[in-house]
Design a protein around this ligand. Structure first.
Ligand SMILES: Nc1ncnc2c1ncn2[C@@H]1O[C@H](COP(=O)(O)OP(=O)(O)OP(=O)(O)O)[C@@H](O)[C@H]1O
Ligand SMILES: [Mg+2]
Length: 269
């Protein structure tokens, strides 16, 4: 069985893409799924989540996602998958070596657009692949769209957070020409502070604008996410009784329900 591949994408920086990947991976792994985290961001935040910045910054290009874009690299995809301290979670890591390959106008780069997809197609032993994208729509995000089945767009309920969603939508539509199976799983409201009127209002606006594509689960701003990350563990493992862990469980359930719903629709069609 092919794994389900989901990328988290938004041009907006700091909206919780890496954090959501990290904590969701823990949640799915705890439920018994074999998860591959793909860090497609030259910032390497997701990789640092498990391995720390010193180790990640010292990785050679051949040990990271950059290997996919090196002309002379002999590529053994399974060798790129590093075990993490968490059972059931492996990671393809990234660091600064990916930056020169994250070029604009990826649509003009021929087979490079399929680099990640080709790599993932050769890795059968996972149930779920989560791809963390950088805050732009260049080559790395484009490769993620070409490789993925679904996109989640994390959106903080604020003015700057909700800007720039149209280019993301356009990129998804463009990538469908190369990857017809790609679909939007949903917008995910992140970093929400329910005490703030401005957050409640923007969430309502999002739901009015995008209707049911906005996931019901809202990820709150919560210190448990930060503290767990600082301790190099997802909330599911570090603080399983916290509200943050409860929210991640609910989010994982909603994601699974949406995927099952979309598979049913496909079969009917
Ligand atoms: N729900 C949350 N509650 C508290 N802190 C959060 C939450 N989501 C993210 N953060 C924190 O905010 C910071 C930015 O989050 P994160 O790195 O996940 O964003 P990002 O979208 O991946 O950013 P970038 O675009 O730079 O890749 C991190 O320090 C992270 O721990
Ligand atoms: Mg990030």
């Amino acid at each position: 069985m092919r794994p389900i591949t989901i990328c988290l994408m938004n041009q907006k920086g700091g909206c919780g893409k890496s954090s959501t990947c990290f904590h969701l991976a823990g949640q799915f792994a705890q439920a018994g799924d074999r998860v591959l985290l793909v860090d497609a961001d030259p910032q390497g935040s997701l990789s640092q989540g498990f391995f720390g910045s010193t180790l990640v910054e010292c990785l050679e290009p051949q040990e990271t996602l950059a290997a996919l874009f090196l002309d002379d690299a002999f590529l053994a995809p399974e060798a790129l998958c590093a075990r993490t301290p968490l059972e059931n979670v492996a990671s393809v890591r990234s660091n600064q070596h990916l930056a020169p390959h994250n070029t604009p106008c990826p649509q003009t780069t021929g087979l490079r657009q399929f680099a990640l997809r080709t790599c993932l197609d050769r890795l059968p032993d996972f149930d779920l692949v989560l791809i963390d994208c950088p805050p732009n729509l260049y080559q790395c995000s484009w490769n993620a769209l070409v490789a993925a089945d679904f996109v989640i767009i994390p959106v903080p309920p604020e003015d700057f957070g909700t800007q720039g969603l149209r280019p993301v939508q356009q990129a998804i539509e463009g990538a469908r020409l190369l990857n017809p199976r790609l679909s939007l799983l949903g917008h995910l409201v992140t970093r929400s502070d329910g005490r703030l009127l401005v957050h409640r209002t923007y969430e309502q606006n999002l739901r009015r604008l995008y209707g049911p594509t906005v996931l019901q689960t809202v990820v709150p701003e919560a210190s448990a996410f930060k503290v767990s990350l600082a301790c190099r563990q997802p909330v599911s493992h570090y603080a399983p009784r916290s509200k943050a862990a409860f929210v991640m469980r609910r989010l994982a359930q909603e994601i699974v329900a949406r995927i099952e719903g979309s598979n049913r629709e496909e079969k009917i069609a």
